[in-house]
Design a protein around this ligand. Structure first.
Ligand SMILES: O=C([O-])[C@@H](O)[C@@H](O)[C@H](O)[C@@H](O)C(=O)[O-]
Ligand SMILES: [Mg+2]
Length: 414
């Protein structure tokens, strides 16, 4: 099964004005769709970030993988390392390992899709077999404006206080059946976000809740907020920055701490576990180097007694399928996963109806490979949107500053 061709198609889809610590989502979200075509005529799908810098690296690496067998993942990783590693060394702020894993991931997923199709088995079988038939996701709530400035309000409406957040939760739960809730925080002063969690706790008794302020709080603020929310949160995600700060908070608060920020490469495990900085790791195959490497990370979490959930960024259905196969085959991934799916509002590059939510969960696809099919017309439309949208990288802060020039980037903010 020799790789003969790799097509990389950048796409853009409409994204609502979701508020976060960095600013606000731009009107278009970017992704890149990877198609690996073999000599036997099989095509494997992958999905990754669409920012121009990343796209350039993915395109450069794609050339270097032509002629390899789809099983030769170690050789592929070495070739990606040779290209991206050198590049990352020139950019002092980039973690070399992280950049390599982010690029490699989409190719690995596409190779697993091909291998599953060739063997007539789902990717979940290649990852060791599923331990659950459906993967639960959480309602991922965002403070948001009614619409992008100058545009019509979107169907989700504004959510700028606790009443808006509770209404948004009702909408997402009604449409998807989610059985747990995550609120993206770090937007308003902590007392307002405490009020929102309390309102959710009251409106949805017994439903597990999480709050993620993306490290906008100091250690002192984190401890105060966590103590005030004792009994209301399943876990608190990234209240403060860094392993040392998280460890200080963890030692003083009643609930588990989760992260997708302070443990993002294997080298973070020893200091984070020694300091007891986290209780839960949010896995994300897009930056942990694909599905197989993510399974290895899950084994590490098991060894260190960490719980697991799953992180998400704005994404389309190929990513959702890959996330679902991974979560279905990871015994210790016991928390409902994050997904941005509701915010993509039906837009996708997949044939409609391939993936569906039932009671907040996505049944694990049972067809060969990822079990999803690319809709070429939709891909072409979204590619055209990418060409026309005028956005080449995600930049929530610059977009916010066009509307609010004094938007601060200081952290901790509170
Ligand atoms: O989509 C967003 O605004 C989120 O804030 C995302 O960028 C984060 O990476 C993520 O969902 C998180 O859990 O930190
Ligand atoms: Mg997070």
């Amino acid at each position: 099964m020799i790789i003969r061709q790799i097509r990389i198609t950048p796409v853009a889809f409409l994204d609502p004005p979701l508020l976060n610590a960095a600013g606000v989502h731009q009107p278009w979200a970017l992704r890149a769709i990877v198609e690996i075509v073999t000599d036997e005529g099989l095509t494997g799908l992958g999905e990754t970030y669409g920012d121009l810098g990343h796209l350039g690296k993915v395109r450069e690496c794609a050339q270097a993988l032509i002629g390899l067998d789809v099983h030769a993942l170690n050789t592929m990783y070495a070739r990606v390392t040779a290209i991206v590693g050198e590049d990352a060394q020139r950019v002092p702020t980039a973690s070399q390992e992280r950049s390599i894993d982010r690029v490699f991931s989409a190719f690995e997923v596409a190779c697993l899709d091909v291998r599953g199709k060739a063997a007539g088995v789902p990717v979940s079988d290649l990852l060791g077999g599923r331990v659950r038939d459906a993967v639960p996701y959480s309602a991922y709530l965002f403070y948001k404006w009614a619409g992008h400035p100058g545009a019509e309000p979107d169907r989700f409406g504004a959510a700028l206080d606790e009443a808006g957040i509770v209404a948004q939760a009702r909408l997402l739960i009604r449409e998807y059946g989610f059985a747990s809730i995550k609120l993206k925080g770090g937007v308003f002063p902590p007392d307002e976000e405490i009020a929102a969690i309390r309102a959710l706790h009251e409106a949805f008794p017994g439903v597990p809740l999480r709050l993620d302020p993306n490290a906008t709080w100091s250690v002192e603020t984190s401890i105060r907020v966590a103590r005030e929310l004792d009994g209301a949160l399943q876990y608190l995600e990234d209240p403060t920055a860094g392993i040392t700060g998280m460890a200080e908070v963890a030692a003083a608060v009643p609930m588990p701490l989760a992260t997708n920020m302070c443990v993002v490469t294997p080298e973070h495990f020893p200091p984070a576990t020694a300091a007891r900085a986290i209780d839960v790791l949010l896995l994300d195959h897009h930056y942990w180097g694909g599905l197989t490497r993510s399974s290895h990370i899950a084994t590490m979490c098991d060894a260190f007694g960490l719980g697991m959930s799953m992180h998400s960024n704005s994404h389309l259905g190929i990513s959702l399928a890959a996330m679902t196969h991974l979560a279905a085959t990871t015994p210790n991934l016991t928390y409902a996963c994050d997904t941005h799916t509701p915010w993509q509002n039906g837009q996708d590059v997949l044939t409609p109806g391939t993936l569906r939510f039932t009671n907040g969960s996505v049944p694990v696809p049972t067809g060969p490979g990822l079990g999803v099919e690319l809709d070429r017309d939709a891909l072409a439309v979204m590619n055209e949107q990418y060409e026309k949208c005028g956005i080449v990288a995600r930049d929530d802060t610059s977009y916010m500053r066009r509307i609010n020039p004094s938007f601060p980037s200081t952290r901790p903010r509170w």
